[in-house]
Design a protein around this ligand. Structure first.
Ligand code: C2O
Ligand code: CU
Ligand code: CU
Length: 491
């Protein structure tokens, strides 16, 4: 079965229809349209350089996303999502407390920490319990994130809101000429799509096609907010983009096609900024870009359709906004220049210092192959999600890796594209389908979208025991929960 037949056979139908958050044609957006719209808020900042033992309390809440429907949600220290933690090198000893009835774990996605301090499926924090990992941060600046990771609950609980962002900094962004004022010229944007009905209620009910393709929505939230505008100064603005969606693969661009600079990928800064006008971002991935707003004009951040959701099938033939959203470009967030905000940075940097992690191909001691399997059974909805034919099993450590070693991992996918993620490691993409990696995949990463085949050079510098192993998995959370995950020790 080829990709098109697969998509046709399992296309999603019947998304509830609410007004899609979009503006009409390309010429229609004016500054006046944005007046009176609420401004996008940042998640609250929690400076963990000042308080190195911050508390993160998993709790219940109610959140209004659209209209005035209150939805039951989860968050850390608040009703939905969690605070943005600012961290530098050194100790980080957070206290995680769980006030929810169900277990949570806190995985530091992108933090290089030993397995025993990384909250994966083996480190549940049950109701009323606390967990205090002892972390020493010793990696380059990057935008990383944290989220719950209980096996078979990750998708639903992250969907409910159990995720937050971390900024690792070395305090040298002024020297680099990079914007760094949180919420002013340095914006954190958590992209999540949700399925919201006419009345404003969020649903997360997995149909068979949702399980197959991953759960996608009809409405965009940015930092858990709907229908807002990003207010920016008329200069260079840094956007930290986090794909916190369960399954949607974005392909980001501005409606006026303005070029922007990619300055960082998952694991840190690039050596040199890369100019581009379209940026794919799959679940789990982060990217930092610089955008020039000095022309004073409003700009709309858009996305192209999700390659895993279409085209073809019944979806492509449906009328109205549903197929617009699924197959075509849709709006994510408008930006408006606020003259009252000081434009501190007015030119793009020419150079960056890169992330000081060295990965050399000649250091690779072996090659392993991984095939991300959905299987015919998966197609029919009976399971079949696996890696190398093995569905995730809590009691099976799939591989052992030597501490301090570098390996080549060849990942292949069929039918759909899968964002492949490795815990406790950093990698460089060697090739994509035998070719040089695409420009957005040339930096250091921990998650990458696999379309057919990709070769990674992976470095394992943090230990993980057989009891508290690291995971590798597809970051489409429905696939992960259904078994497209494996685990490895690093000893
Ligand atoms: Cu963000 Cu194991 O994942
Ligand atoms: Cu992770
Ligand atoms: Cu997948």
């Amino acid at each position: 079965m080829n990709r098109r037949q697969f998509l046709t056979a399992t296309s999603v139908v019947g998304l509830g229809a609410i007004g899609l958050y979009t503006f009409g044609g390309s010429s229609s957006m004016r500054a006046a349209d944005l007046e009176g719209m609420p401004r996008l808020k940042m998640p609250p900042l929690l400076d963990a350089r000042a308080d190195r033992s911050p508390e993160l309390v998993a709790q219940k809440g109610n959140t209004v996303f659209v209209g005035n429907a209150a939805n039951p949600t989860f968050g850390f220290n608040q009703p939905y999502l969690g605070p943005t933690l600012v961290l530098d090198k050194g100790d980080f000893n957070p206290v995680i407390r769980n006030e929810l009835p169900t277990p949570v774990s806190v995985h530091w996605h992108g933090l290089l920490v030993p397995g025993e301090h990384d909250g994966g499926p083996h480190i549940p924090v049950n109701r009323g319990e606390e967990w205090s990992p002892e972390i020493t941060i010793d990696q380059p600046p990057a935008t990383v994130w944290y989220h719950t990771h209980i096996h078979e609950r990750t998708a639903q609980d992250v969907h409910k809101g159990l995720a937050g962002i971390m900024h690792l900094t070395d305090g040298r962004d002024d020297d680099r000429g990079l914007p760094n004022r949180y919420g002013v010229d340095d914006l954190t944007l958590v992209l999540q799509d949700r399925r919201i009905d006419e009345r404003g209620f969020v649903s997360y009910r997995l149909s068979m096609p949702d399980l197959m393709h991953g759960f996608t929505g009809n409405t965009m939230l940015v930092n858990g907010q709907y229908g807002t505008v990003g207010a920016v100064p008329g200069g260079i603005v840094r956007l930290r983009l986090i794909n916190g969606s369960n399954a949607r693969i974005y392909s980001l661009f501005f409606e006026d096609n303005r070029a922007f600079q990619l300055i960082a990928t998952d694991a840190g800064f690039l050596e040199k900024p890369a100019m581009m006008s379209k940026l794919p971002l799959s679940p789990g991935e982060r990217a930092e870009i610089l955008v020039d707003f000095s022309d004073g004009k409003p700009a709309m951040l858009m996305s192209g359709g999700d390659q895993n959701q279409g085209p073809g099938g019944m979806m492509g033939r449906m009328r109205g906004f549903v197929d617009q959203f699924v197959d075509r470009d849709f709006a994510i967030l408008p930006f408006a220049v606020d003259e009252g905000m000081e434009a501190r940075i007015t030119k793009f940097p020419d150079e960056l210092d890169g992330a000081d992690i060295t990965l050399r191909e000649e250091d690779s001691i072996r090659t392993r192959s991984f095939s991300l399997d959905m299987g015919m059974m998966g197609m029919m909805g009976g399971g079949g999600f696996a890696i190398n034919g093995e569905p995730f099993d809590m009691s099976r450590v799939n591989l052992e890796v030597a501490l301090g070693s570098t390996e080549t991992w060849r990942i292949s996918s069929s039918m759909l594209s899968h964002p492949f993620h490795i815990h406790g490691a950093v990698f460089k993409v060697l090739s994509e389908n035998g070719r040089r990696p695409q420009s957005h995949n040339q930096g250091l990463k921990d998650t990458v979208l696999v379309q057919d085949q990709i070769d990674l050079l992976v470095r394992f510098d943090k230990p993980a025991s057989r009891e508290k192993p690291f995971m590798y998995h597809c970051h489409i959370l429905e696939h992960e929960d259904a078994g497209m995950m494996g685990q490895f020790s690093v000893i």
